[in-house]
Write a protein that binds this ligand. Structure first.
Ligand SMILES: [Zn+2]
Length: 225
């Protein structure tokens, strides 16, 4: 192959890459930047734009809800709309990926962006208690962002059902925050970030063991229905 051919090959490979890079749109507010990638779903650009503005609006609020001395959460976030009919959304490091199929079927589901943004801000070390990580993400999504009331949360009667995380744990955290242990979410967040979480954080904050608190919550909230 002559040197000329090599140059041609380089250009042929390079051009599509530069076109793809043009599909990443940046949004900025203060120090927070969102890089929106709609290459795989260009028809969802408007949805992605709304979601990017939501990230800019909610980044400082979530940082205020989850403060820890010496911890500065990432301020540059990648938002990828992925061509997929599986899953809903996921976060790896500072990249939030959302499934295109989910968006088309649930175009009003912006709460998922808040949930994933919490994960970007949490910056927890390996070995974090997953049920609390997901519980805090849904607590901020469902209680703070969506403003849903306590009675809207499902309360399974099983022992240790809080381990299911997500909305089950979010409802439990909401109940604890509202009465027995205001500030608990903040304390849990800081202890996990420091790698110092243990179940006694609940006992210290609310005066009873985690399992006893769950039993009390389940009893009180199931009876109300
Ligand atoms: Zn999650």
């Amino acid at each position: 192959m002559s040197p000329h051919c090599n140059v041609f090959l380089f250009i042929a490979l390079f051009v599509p890459t530069s076109v793809m890079a043009d599909e990443v749109i940046s949004f900025k507010l203060g120090e927070v930047v969102v890089n929106l990638d709609v290459n795989e779903a260009p028809d969802l650009k408007d949805w992605g734009t709304k979601a990017s503005h939501l990230v800019l609006d909610w980044h400082p609020r979530i940082c205020n809800l989850l403060p820890s001395k010496g911890v500065t959460p990432p301020k540059t976030i990648s938002l990828r709309l992925v061509k997929s009919d599986k899953d809903v959304a996921s976060t790896t490091g500072t990249t939030i990926s959302v499934s295109s199929d989910w968006i088309r079927k649930h175009p009003d589901d912006f709460g998922l962006i808040v949930h994933e943004l919490v994960h970007v801000i949490q910056t927890y070390p390996d070995g974090h208690p997953q049920w609390i990580t997901e519980g805090i993400a849904d607590y901020i999504r469902v209680v703070v962002f969506e403003g849903q009331p306590q009675h809207s949360f499902e309360v399974p009667s099983d022992e240790q059902a809080y381990l299911q995380g997500y909305r089950i744990a979010a409802g439990f955290l909401f109940w604890l925050e509202s009465d027995l242990a205001p500030g608990l979410v903040n304390q849990l967040n800081t202890s996990i970030r420091k790698g110092e979480y243990h179940d006694e954080v609940f006992e210290k904050a609310a005066g009873k063991s985690l399992d006893d608190l769950w039993r009390e919550y389940a009893k009180e909230n199931i009876t109300k229905r």
